[in-house]
Design a protein around this ligand. Structure first.
Ligand code: GLN
Length: 562
């Protein structure tokens, strides 16, 4: 196994994740098989309990792992399927060490950070790096490891020490360290400053790790003189000073690295040149350039709770992008805080209320993404009602599907008090209820997580067609509540159709409203499996409907002329 370790210095938020996944893309383009590990030195065991307000979206994997959103970037960039163990946290490491200690596995020894915690980290990395993630058999050629945080943070110390030991044991040929840093420009002279990078490299070296490459983030391309200075002062060959300057979109980063021959230098370092091919990035280039030149945009109203921080819905935004690019459209996401649509807001914050409604009315489609808790629910119900009554394409994801059901029960069935027991435990009309799965693999947890199969009930529905007439789909879940099976009958009599159910037939997975051009709700999160070049069927459906192309597309697709 060859390891590429990516560390970060100077400041956080440098785009270390994107840099690391772009390195993976370039190596993959050279014919190598690539896997990745993200290390998050925080104490949380996983990202499951972390607020999207603070940390961005919680990404969900096939195996039900609730992980850092960077794993989403890796899955999208490298087109792989990672496991929960590909995300290492301090919490997970300590948990495993403490479990061993309680079992008596340390045979009476004093359990210490070095060697016990560091050994646990090394073992974890060595075990996980060989798990195949690309659908093929056997381990990948290269494992890209991203160390979260900034070098020098107290909490990342045991990881740095473990990685130093790993380097020592696998040797120079099998370990390549790329340090991502920032080159700011200061003052009127506009000089590119290398000092912060020098300091962070010094910090890394003091911990026993010398970077082989620097990936320097900067606004403008680095000057030759800046590179030479960095090389001299940081002890890194000048051909190994890579520059990631600002680009119009992140898909350019692998291309930027390729243009600097980063792949060749990394392959040389890892002694992989003989097995690699020249990088094949045609598709990738085409997509990056298409993205730059998109002219026509489509307006998507995103009605949610966490709209202040776009990272809270990162995968949804990416899935919209994938779908739009497939149709040569530019996504224009209009964020609407659901609570601004509510009646109360017309008095408390009238301007926000008017603006929210104007934005909703101007959009070509409405998307209500997943969420927890009752904040903004009334606003989401109003958005769903508006979309249903005005034939505006609607996609409800997870909470967004539950909202569609509650709204329909209230407006069409006249059940004024219809609700989810999540928002009103004593509602007289519980149309969405808590239905624990009792999964043996998820003991102790009440959340239904990860990939589950949905059986399409009929080929004669929009969703089945969008999914290429497949009889089932495997999508990822993250929810506790579900449509109450007891009300399915009356909802269907009144016009809703549950066209996707789980294998037991009790859990409603997909709803459609046949009297509407595109009114779809899904209990799962299709955004997590959307890929550049392979958009999620449902997001594509939403965009096609929003631009009046759905019918033509489906006809063509059914004729096989697509
Ligand atoms: N809060 C809802 C539930 O637990 C929806 C969850 C979601 O949207 N991810 O079922």
């Amino acid at each position: 196994m060859k390891y590429v370790l990516v560390t970060g210095g100077v400041v956080s938020g440098l785009g270390k994740g994107v840099t690391a996944s772009s390195i993976g893309v370039v190596l993959k383009a050279c014919g190598l098989r690539v896997t990745s590990i993200k290390i998050d030195p925080y104490l949380n065991t996983d990202a499951g309990t972390m607020s999207p307000f603070e940390h961005g979206e919680v990404f969900v994997l096939d195996d039900g792992g609730e992980v850092d959103l960077d794993l989403g970037n890796y899955e999208r960039f490298l087109d792989v399927t990672l496991t929960r163990d590909n995300n290492i946290t301090t919490g997970k490491i300590y948990q495993s060490v403490l479990e061993k200690e309680r079992k008596g596995d340390y045979l009476g020894k004093t359990v210490q950070v070095v060697p016990h915690v560091t050994d646990a980290i090394r073992n974890w990395i060595e075990t996980v790096s060989v798990i195949p993630v690309d659908g093929k058999e056997g381990p990948a050629d290269v494992c890209v490891i991203e160390l979260g945080g900034t070098v020098g943070d107290i909490e990342s110390m045991p990881f740095i020490e473990a990685l130093r030991q790993l380097f020592f044991s696998v040797g120079q040929d099998n370990f390549c360290l790329i340090h991502v840093s920032l080159i700011p420009v200061l003052g009127v002279v506009g000089e590119q400053k290398t000092k912060p990078t020098q300091h962070s490299v010094r910090e890394l070296r003091a911990l026993g790790l010398t970077p082989h490459f620097l990936a320097c983030r900067s606004a403008e391309p680095l000057l030759e003189s800046t590179k030479l200075k960095l090389s001299q002062f940081c002890h890194v060959a000048d051909g190994n000073i890579l520059n990631i300057h600002d680009v119009p979109n992140i898909w350019h980063i692998p291309l930027l690295l390729r243009n600097q021959n980063a792949h060749d230098a990394i392959l040389k370092h890892l002694n992989l040149r003989s097995v690699a091919t020249p990088p094949e990035l045609q598709e990738w280039t085409k997509r990056a350039e298409t993205f730059d030149n998109l002219q026509n945009s489509v307006r998507i109203a995103m009605v949610g709770k966490y709209v202040g921080l776009p990272d809270s819905y990162l995968s949804v935004v990416k899935a919209l992008l994938h779908a739009c690019i497939a149709r040569s459209l530019k996504p224009s996401v209009d964020w609407i805080a659901a609570s601004d649509l509510e009646d109360e807001s017309s008095e408390s914050t009238p301007e926000a209320h008017t603006a929210a409604w104007r934005t909703l009315r101007e959009a070509s489609c409405v998307l209500v993404p997943g969420g927890f808790g009752d904040r903004g629910v009334r606003g989401m119900l109003l958005a769903a009602k508006y979309a249903r009554e005005n034939n505006v394409p609607y996609l409800g994801i997870c909470l967004g599907m539950q909202i569609a059901v509650i709204e329909f029960a209230r407006s069409v069935l006249g059940l004024q008090r219809a609700n989810s027991t999540e928002f009103d435990a004593d509602t007289q009309n519980p149309v969405v209820i808590f239905m624990p799965e009792g999964s043996k693999t998820h003991m102790g947890s009440t959340m239904r997580l990860g990939s589950r199969r949905t059986l399409l009930q009929t080929p004669d529905c929009i969703t089945a067609k969008l999914y290429h007439n497949s009889e089932y789909v495997d999508e990822r879940h993250r929810h506790r509540y579900e449509v109450n099976p007891e009300v399915v009958g009356i909802l269907e009599e009144a016009g809703l159709r549950f066209v996707g159910k789980d294998e037991s037939g009790k859990r409603m997975e997909i709803l459609e409203n046949p009297s509407h051009p595109f009114y779809v709700g899904v209990q799962f999160h299709p955004e997590f499996k959307s890929r550049p070049g392979r958009p999620s069927a449902l997001f594509l459906g939403l965009i096609l409907a929003a631009t009046g192309q759905l019918e033509a597309y489906l006809t063509k697709q059914q004729n096989g002329s697509l």
